[in-house]
Write a new protein. Structure first.
Length: 253
């Protein structure tokens, strides 16, 4: 049974400061937790018996059998499922996020956790193993970002760093950025290695970051003369850009 103290401690993990202090984050959902428990160290696993019966041997430092009422007390979802987990945050080496070995995504001040989680999921889909975030980008281990990523954090490594320093260290590689005055992505020669920078939801890529971008891309509307919205959602734009890089890499016309 969940104690009041345990419930309070779990609910506090909604706050970034508390997550950072404790080195913990939460994940919910039957499939998401099933995927993540095989990759991350699980501090607390709060689960109903039917879910456990489908999992075989699960490893957690503390296992708490719960009923539906218990899960509802700690859940951050409108419709809680059968399991709730608290994991240890992983640590990665940013030196591994090298454009020499493939494409790297870089995020400049992306603020919406739903967008961030969606981009992690897209990176997973398109085989991009590393995302480098500016220090002021939303926390990928926040509740909403983890939920939107749908287990993709098992395979995509997300780093937080001074983005300008990171880009400055890799000027020997193509550093792509999406701009309204860039070159048409559908006619642009694209590399299989490099960094793809995506910007803030409202203001795009910042000037200081833009100065370090050496390949400017534009996703054109269709038809070109059609009156349309000012810009694309950053998650949608990321999907289009990554899909085009992979199409070119596959040699498809």
């Amino acid at each position: 049974m969940l104690s009041k103290a345990k419930i309070k401690e779990i609910r506090a993990l909604e706050m970034k400061k508390y997550r950072d202090d404790k080195g913990l984050f939460v994940a919910e959902g039957n499939k998401t937790v099933a995927d993540m428990i095989r990759v991350f160290e699980c501090e607390w696993l709060i689960a109903r018996t039917p879910w456990l019966a489908t999992q075989g041997d699960v490893r957690a430092n503390e296992l708490i059998l719960a009923n539906e009422s218990d899960i509802r007390k700690i859940s951050f979802l409108k419709s809680p499922q059968d399991v709730f987990a608290v994991f240890r945050k992983p640590s990665f080496q940013i030196a591994d996020a090298s454009p020499a070995s493939g494409l790297v995504l870089a995020l400049d001040d992306v603020q919406d956790p739903g967008n961030l989680g969606t981009i992690v999921r897209l990176a997973d889909w398109f085989g991009i193993e590393h995302i480098v975030c500016s220090l002021d980008t939303a926390d990928v281990f926040g509740v909403k970002a983890v939920q939107a990523a749908m287990g993709a954090l098992c395979r995509v490594k997300v780093h937080y760093s001074d983005l300008k320093e990171f880009l400055a260290r890799h000027q020997d590689f193509p550093v792509y950025g999406a701009f309204l005055d860039g070159d048409n992505i559908y006619s642009k020669k694209l590399s299989q290695n490099g960094i793809i920078v995506m910007g803030n939801e409202g203001s795009g890529i910042r000037n200081a970051t833009e100065a370090l971008i050496n390949e400017r891309l534009f996703v054109p509307p269709f038809p070109p003369t059609h009156e349309t919205t000012d810009s694309l959602n950053v998650g949608v734009a990321t999907a289009i850009v990554c899909a085009e890089f992979r199409r070119v890499a596959a040699g498809l016309q």
